[in-house]
Design a protein around this ligand. Structure first.
Ligand code: MN
Length: 314
């Protein structure tokens, strides 16, 4: 499991190894290739699923749509986003770093998340929701910087009741990075003895990290966890490999920790989790284990089993 320091002549105990022996290696660094609109509000790049980042390497995460900071002009009339649509079989997690996103679903949840907040929606057995820029933000215009992740559910939980967690910035334990004044915000899972507030179906870790130049951050994780880091701004070295804004680092499952170091001020999101080793069949907004279950989901929407769609007028 442990990797030998490549500088083989550095045998003295006074010499610091270039890479700690328990650190993972980097399997690949990936950039966004193309951007597309989700509805008329979210301009994102889909980092995965992709040929380079197959499901087995990113599970339990299914999809990452990343929207780097983008300026929107004021809009006097209308909405920016996506109207009512269904989901089944997984969870959608939306992170807002700049700007505000509003959400409404037919299980009775309505919410706005602003900078530093997250929403964790469990679609599970079936839900309809809508996702828009917050109304005031639409009127005034401004920047939006966001990400949406899809998190898979194991087969035994795909039929669970829909749920919604509004996770506000103040709820996240915030720890210091060393030696500078960077911070680690724990959204889900555990870091440095602190637990994030998100309730998850399978073990996973989500850390929102701001580093100052010179900060170093060890992140212990079970070796079985798939692990990735995406750099939103700045530049880091991840287990010795340089990654810049817009680049996603996939770590091999070959060590006990990730080692991040900031070469300049940087904002990084780390995602890690125990893979769900079950078949995945995705069709549009449904993620199930078999084609039959996908067909059933389509039928169930037609039969109204996802519940009624609330009126557009409230
Ligand atoms: Mn959606």
């Amino acid at each position: 499991m442990s990797k030998k320091n490549p500088s083989t002549n550095e045998t003295s105990s006074s010499v610091t190894p270039r890479r700690p022996t328990d650190a993972r290696t980097v399997e690949g660094v990936f950039r966004s290739t193309e951007f597309h609109w989700v509805g008329n509000g979210f301009f994102v790049s889909t980092y995965f699923p992709s040929a380079q980042l197959p499901a087995a390497r990113v599970s339990p995460f299914l999809l990452m749509d990343y929207g780097p900071p983008k300026a929107f002009e004021p809009l006097a009339q209308g909405k920016r986003g996506v109207g009512w649509h269904p989901h089944r079989g997984f969870e959608t997690v939306t992170l807002a770093w700049e700007g505000a996103v509003s959400h409404r679903d037919n299980a009775g949840h309505a919410d706005v998340i602003g900078p530093g907040d997250a929403q964790w929606m469990t679609a599970a057995s079936g839900i309809f929701h809508e996702e828009y820029h917050e109304a005031e933000q639409t009127l005034r215009g401004g920047h939006l910087h966001m990400m949406q992740l899809w998190v898979n559910l194991p087969a035994k939980d795909k039929g669970s009741k829909p749920a919604y967690q509004s996770l506000k910035a103040a709820q996240f334990p915030t720890l210091a990075a060393t030696p500078g004044s960077g911070t680690v915000r724990v959204i889900a899972g555990e870091y440095g003895g602190a637990r994030g507030p998100a309730r998850t179906f399978t073990p996973l870790t989500m850390l929102d990290i701001h580093l100052r130049a010179g900060d170093e951050l060890p992140i212990p994780l079970p070796t079985t966890f798939n692990a990735l880091a995406i750099v939103a701004t700045g530049e880091i070295t991840a287990c010795g490999t340089t990654a810049r804004a817009g680049e996603l680092v996939l770590f091999a499952n070959d060590g006990a920790s990730l080692r991040l170091a900031a070469t300049e001020e940087a904002h990084v999101l780390v995602l890690a989790g125990e893979p769900i080793n079950e078949p995945i069949v995705q069709y549009g907004p449904f993620v199930m284990n078999s084609l039959d279950e996908i067909k059933q989901a389509i039928r169930d929407v037609e039969l109204g089993k996802f519940g009624p769609i609330p009126s557009e007028v409230t």
